[in-house]
Design a protein around this ligand. Sequence first.
Ligand SMILES: [Zn+2]
Length: 244
Amino acid sequence: MKTQFTFAMLLALPCLAPTSHVNAAANWRVDILPINICNNDGTVCANNDGEVWEDVGDKIWAQAGIDLHFLPWSAVYNEALLSLDQCERGLMISNPAAYGGSNDPTVVNMWFAQNMTADGTTQGSTRIFLNWPYLRSQGGGEGQRDVPFHELGHALGYSEHFGIPDPDDPFGKSSNLMAGGDFRKRYEGIENIYPDGLGRDRLMPPQIALILMSPMVYPIPEPASFLLGAIGILSLFVLGYRNR
Ligand SMILES: [Zn+2]
């Protein structure tokens, strides 16, 4: 465990410099595989319209310079799993690929269930389970949109909840993304995600530094270096042509 963590830290060290640019353009990417749990013939699925609230997740995780990349949908056709219990989740954790997921340790599996004992839960670093109808129904469909991305925070390395209450909050609640469900200030629309509006679902610099060490977070080339590379290759072609 310790060796793995040190190794991950070493891998991430050369990449830590851009973390000071909070809210800068995305420098990092996380691959998420959405998996629809469906009945045996596929006529009923937990997530019928294919929504994943990517706009919300992208805005939250832009604080760490991370762009969420949802892979094409996968599905598992087994109506016994539509309502997930702890035992079934355990089986899915041990072998995601047998349940529509990916066994690639750099891909986050996100299963959409129709019912579950918890509204959203993370088990193991790459497994997220969501009680989709419940999350959708809260707060007029707005109340729980940050839950999948709070769970992603656990998947990327926060094993604990961060619970520093906002100094001005009379109920001792926190606007931090990684505060626990009862303790986190509720989601109030994408326009109130930090740094805008009410500043909800905030990430602090030490949290961001920790998350960027996850093996599931990897750098994406900046457009500028793409452009420079393209200009370089083009110049070589031009020079080659002229020298003929
Ligand atoms: Zn949590």
